[in-house]
Design a binder for this molecule. Sequence first.
Ligand code: IMP
Ligand code: MG
Length: 172
Amino acid sequence: MPELVPILSRNEIDRKVAAIAEQISADYARSDLILIGVLKGAFIFLSDLIRKLTIPVQVDFIKVSSYGTELASCGNIRLAHELETEIRNKDVLIIEDIIDTGLTISFLVDYLNSFSPKSVQICALIDKQERKTKKIDVRYICHEVKKGFLVGYGLDYAENYRYLPDIYHLKI
Ligand code: IMP
Ligand code: MG
């Protein structure tokens, strides 16, 4: 049986999301901001974050699929759901669940930059240090971990565990 080791409780998540929301609200107080959530993993994080912001924003979603194993993404990434909102000259903030190798987020930054937004920055619930293949500037990070496969609060393993309110390290 896989073992779930608690990493971050719902209360800790709530405090961290509130702190990030305060920063984002201050940094984008005078801008035309659109949050772009990366499906499916970011859906809970985005919905909590957006209700803690004190500035008006727009929201859209994109979805990517990468063909790798269930524990690691590979470089072969494609868009499964395209952007529908006009982002030209807007400030874009990508809302991602977790950054591991960084391949997915790099692909998304390049994709979004092709629409000539005013800026593109990254906000991640979790930044995993161990397997970065290149340096990525993640402007807002709720929580950093060195390694391990995490589930809960939107994060899945083979589509399971997303519904858990806390975040766990999955030991298989
Ligand atoms: P990257 O392209 O290697 O940075 O992987 C990013 C994507 O892989 C994330 O958007 C997640 O969907 C998935 N992923 C990476 N690590 C984890 C994890 O620990 N738990 C759940 N999903 C993960
Ligand atoms: Mg994801």
